[in-house]
Design a protein around this ligand. Structure first.
Ligand SMILES: Nc1ncnc2c1ncn2[C@@H]1O[C@H](COP(=O)(O)OP(=O)(O)OP(=O)(O)O)[C@@H](O)[C@H]1O
Length: 318
């Protein structure tokens, strides 16, 4: 649905985007992650036609952004970081105004509006001035304006910022539903939000894509070897001596155990080695029962930090 090829953007001497390419399919929610200044807003503003690229191509559906910007704009709903809401209009006036701007036929407006107002829980404030609303309500009005006209593509910048925990759950559920038959790009600093909503993540740093994949794929790719956390009944020293006999282990780290008479370790295997069977037999032979055994995956936070720090260190060294 969205195809971005070799997109570059220069602000004077600053190269904010250094040739990024990616594809997002229909029915997909793509997470867009990156530290401050990485180039996320620039990319989103180009995709929504607010900003023109220095070079590169963007197609949305069949339409080319540079050749047919109006057609592209019709298909895209955008929630910028600061939603463009008019403080001196009521929610009702504003959303009707957006519907008109987007060319939604008059007879469809009421149906669309009542669904949006209900899903985004705006009923109580529908006839109130936007300027008097709390940040959470204003954010939801911003989201409603992005969805007005039922666009095929939604580009959402920090959609749950300023919402309370209950509202966050409701809005995430709504975004998940919207993503089933649309194309959604979600930029956020909240990493659990990406894990909760996105099957695929794109990590951007200093104007370049540094990683792409599902959170699980990224975790696997970055992990040097599989790590396991084990809880074993027995004396820590005896357990450690027995663990040391297992082949293909690169690291054994003792961690605090909350249960008396037991000890916990994090064991990292060499490369792709699967050490679980040998671990089981070694411990059984030594009469040391394994009470718990679980793999440890890198969280999205770990992945993000590792990639972004690695990049910056390499650049620093260069
Ligand atoms: N109008 C502008 N003029 C000059 N430089 C700009 C302009 N807009 C952005 N930049 C620079 O381009 C780079 C990318 O900025 P961009 O706003 O796209 O990053 P971002 O990933 O959205 O960051 P944030 O998470 O802080 O919003 C930054 O170094 C920024 O300083």
């Amino acid at each position: 649905m969205i195809k971005v090829r070799d997109l570059r953007k220069r602000y004077g001497s600053k190269e904010a985007l250094k040739g990024i390419s990616f594809v997002v399919e229909k029915g997909e929610i793509l997470g867009f992650l990156g530290p401050n200044g990485a180039g996320k807003t620039t990319t989103m503003q180009i995709l929504t036609g607010y900003l023109s690229p220095t070079s590169g191509t963007v197609t949305i559906g069949e339409a080319d952004l540079l050749r047919d910007p109006l057609e592209v704009k019709k298909q895209v709903g955008y929630l910028p970081e600061n939603p463009p809401v008019y403080r001196d209009m009521t929610v009702k006036e504003y959303l009707n105004f957006v519907m008109e701007l987007k060319g939604v036929p008059r007879k469809e407006r009421n149906n669309q509006l009542s669904e949006l107002v209900e899903r985004l829980q705006l009923t109580d404030v529908y006839t109130r001035l936007i300027g008097n609303l709390s940040k959470g309500y204003r954010q939801r009005v911003g989201l409603a304006q992005a969805i007005c006209g039922d666009p095929e593509v939604l580009i959402l910048d920090e959609p749950t910022v300023g919402l309370d925990p209950q509202q966050i759950i409701t809005i995430r559920e709504f975004i998940r539903e919207l993503g089933r038959d649309r194309t959604v790009i979600l930029s956020t600093h909240i990493l659990p939000e990406v894990s909760a909503l996105c099957e695929r993540v794109l990590i951007i740093n200093q104007g370049e894509i540094v990683a792409e994949g599902s959170p699980a794929e990224l975790s696997h790719r970055l992990q040097k070897g599989q790590s396991l956390r084990v809880k074993i009944k027995g004396e820590s020293e005896v357990v450690e001596n027995n663990l040391a006999q297992i082949s293909n282990i690169s690291q054994i780290t003792s961690v605090e155990s909350e249960e008396t008479g037991t000890c916990d370790f994090i064991i990292t295997a060499d490369g792709d080695a699967d050490i679980r069977e040998e671990l089981f037999y070694t411990m059984a032979k030594a009469n040391l029962p394994i009470l718990e055994l679980k793999p440890i995956d890198l969280s999205l936070e770990d992945i993000f930090l590792e990639l972004v720090t690695e990049e910056s260190t390499e650049r620093g060294a260069a």
